[in-house]
Design a protein around this ligand. Structure first.
Ligand code: PMP
Length: 456
């Protein structure tokens, strides 16, 4: 029997506390229970509204509540929800072709479910590729400290954040790391005018140090997003490309966050004019309306998997990879990105935020503000001279203050436990100019403790 006086939120909280295991954080017995989303806004069970300044987790790029996507999913579910994986279906065919258009190159597309899956597929393809070329020893991967590449044993092995890994080691073997291109805290002690791209040279040193005959691939994001919005100098990626070419090492570009417009171009690497051998993508491909990821493999690499005779095919399967409904969702999501010109809007949001957030640079706890397209990192310090990372309670305080004003932002940062000193922001691409003003005024109020009204 229904209890008409029942408090649904209290019931949900009770069940949450009893049954649900939340991701990454210590169990929070008092989570916000979100019940709906529209545009850039989320609503909780008490009717409070929040601006989704992180687009969920760097993913709901076209915003919440898109009827067109819901209709595309419903149509596909009733037409064809699943097919035998070794055969084909129209949404996967059309989506693979569309991704090729977006990538500006000739790639074969392998579909999976998550960003981690897409990276695992990239690692397996890289190893098999070298083996099929007779280079049996090439099995290692090099990535960067601070990078995040996923939660599974291989992708976590590629991740360069100790605190995410230590409880689960040993992880996939064969992964090593080099320092990131972290210009604000250059690991090589250089300044802009003395920089010799030592951070890129570190890859060559690592390849030589590991033994070039043992290295299969380098994996990197165009910029390190989750690890602190670390944006490299413009010549960094081209230099990495030429080092990879020199040693027959593949370049895997993790576009899980940067892809599909976040960088202000269709894919992040297009900002730097390099062509990766393998590109992995997920989040923004469906704007998170349905789980889907892809590993795009250059036509040259793919040719090795088609050599007649022998056991040359890629022996990898996942039941839900390339699910017709998820592919239909991705196609509609990409249609929206194209129809509403949201990639250029993402670039424009970045430019507007650069202006709107520049007053924050005056605040003594703001060490640096970094942008890549519409993704922003605000690095907090105790003071700008020592650059000591701000204490995690100060960062938590800022996030809580933004939250109390209805703005959801993220944090990321240092690999040293206790330090999470980089605030992150990546609004949906449909964010209006007024909403950008709102973000800036909340941040200004929180940092400087005055509202615009107070000031006028
Ligand atoms: N690569 C990058 C750069 C990511 O940011 C993430 C997730 N935040 C992943 C891979 C893993 O994606 P997923 O959580 O979908 O497995």
């Amino acid at each position: 029997m229904n209890d008409l006086n029942a408090d649904p939120k209290a019931e949900w909280l009770k069940k949450d506390r009893t049954y649900l295991w939340h991701h990454i954080s210590p169990h929070n017995d008092n989570p916000i229970i979100f019940v709906s989303g529209e545009g850039a806004w989320l609503t909780d069970a008490d009717g409070n509204r929040y601006f989704d300044g992180m687009s969920g987790l760097w993913c709901v790029n076209v915003g919440h509540g898109r009827e067109e996507i819901a209709q595309a999913a419903a149509k596909q579910m009733t037409t064809l929800a699943y097919t035998p994986l070794t055969q084909s279906h129209v949404p996967a065919i059309e989506l693979a072709a569309k991704i090729n258009d977006w990538l500006d190159g000739e790639y074969r597309i392998f579909f999976s479910n998550s960003g981690s899956d897409a990276n695992e597929v990239a690692f397996k393809i890289a190893r098999q590729y070298h083996r099929q070329n007779g280079k049996l020893g090439k099995h290692k991967f090099i990535s960067r400290y601070r990078a995040y590449h996923g939660n599974s044993m291989g992708a976590l092995g590629a991740t360069g954040q100790a605190q995410r890994k230590l409880k689960y080691e040993p992880l996939g073997i064969g992964f090593s790391h080099v320092p990131p291109p972290y210009c604000y805290r250059c690991p090589f002690g250089q300044q802009a005018d003395s920089c010799r791209l030592e951070c890129a040279q570190a890859f060559e040193d690592a390849i030589i140090g590991e033994g070039a005959d043992s290295v299969a691939a380098v994996i990197m994001e165009p910029v390190i997003t989750g690890g602190g919005m670390i944006v490299p100098p413009d010549s960094y990626l081209p230099r990495i490309r030429s080092i990879c070419d020199k040693y027959d090492v593949l370049l895997i570009m993790d576009e899980v966050i940067c892809g599909f417009g976040r960088s202000g171009q269709r894919f992040g690497h297009l900002n730097y004019g390099v062509r990766p051998d393998i590109v992995t993508m997920a989040k923004g491909m469906t704007s998170a309306y349905s789980p889907l990821s892809a590993t795009a493999v250059s036509a040259e690499l793919y040719a090795c998997f088609k050599i007649p005779g022998g056991d040359n095919h890629f022996r990898h399967v996942n039941t839900f990879g390339g699910n017709p409904v998820s592919c239909a969702v991705a196609l509609e999501n990409i249609n929206i990105l194209e129809r509403e010109e949201l990639v250029s809007r993402s670039a424009q949001i970045g430019t507007q935020l650069q202006t709107l957030l520049s007053p924050l640079r005056e605040h003594p706890n703001v060490g640096d503000i970094r942008f890549f397209g519409s993704a922003v990192g605000i690095e907090l310090v105790d003071d700008p001279i020592s650059k000591t990372p701000a204490r995690s309670d100060r960062v938590a305080g800022i996030i809580a203050a933004c939250f109390s004003k209805g703005l959801l932002i993220g944090k990321n940062g240092d690999t040293v436990p206790g330090f999470m000193n980089i605030l992150t922001l990546c609004p949906p691409f449909i964010t209006t100019d007024d909403e950008l003003d709102y973000i800036a005024s909340v941040l200004s109020e929180v940092f400087f403790g005055i509202s615009e009204e107070d000031a006028s």
